[in-house]
Ligand binder design. Sequence first.
Ligand code: SF4
Length: 257
Amino acid sequence: MILDLNHQSGLVYGRAASVGADTTARINAHVDAALVARNRQQRPRDYLGGSRVGEACARKLVYEVAHMPKDVGRDFDGSILRIFDAGHQFEALSIRWLRQAGFDLRDRGADGEQFSFVAAGGKLRGHADGVIVTGPEIGIRWPSLWEHKALGQKSWTDLVKRGLRLSKPIYFAQVQLYMAYLDLEVALLTALNRDTLALHHEVVPFEPAEAQQLSDRAVDILRAAEAGELPARIAQARDFYLCRFCHYAARCWEVPA
Ligand code: SF4
């Protein structure tokens, strides 16, 4: 039997577009449902991640550490989970490109595990993307902490323009804490532009006082979560821009401060 692979060739363009849209919606519904299901199966962290300590709102961090449920409809959906997944793939690409360029970039220690630290009795932890042991002469002293971020165009451009400390204070805090606990004096942040695949690199020196403040903040957050206390809100009104994007806004503003 000969298959007629062109049996739908009589479709008019308008109808073909609508069939295509239907197909897209149906397939994506399955893809996103699978991503959401996989995400739900992951065990929630039982610690405060070093990558979160620089979050501007201490109250939000306490909600996270205490595993308070997010507001209805504010869990990560398929579109966000696809971006997270893509981030891992982009990171693997950047690692490959840097290694090809002669950087001895290790994403695992001698034990085969990610470079990581544990502090505050196991309640504060961090997992680094890697350590560059040595590499070409680029005016930076090795070894260096290596952190990778895959960013959309707008976010990437802002990082290039304003630098890590101002543009991405959470990531700046992350690398400061990681350097402190992994005993490294410098970090190299690689930011890949998800739209153009352009690479931006920023050298971030270790700032001990900054790292100490962040470490103290982490301990305060953990103490508050254990004691069931809620730190003050970051704003006076719920239409503050950070609150508008916060996944705990309904919970946060429905209780007295
Ligand atoms: S709604 Fe605003 S104040 Fe409340 S936890 Fe979120 S960011 Fe903080």
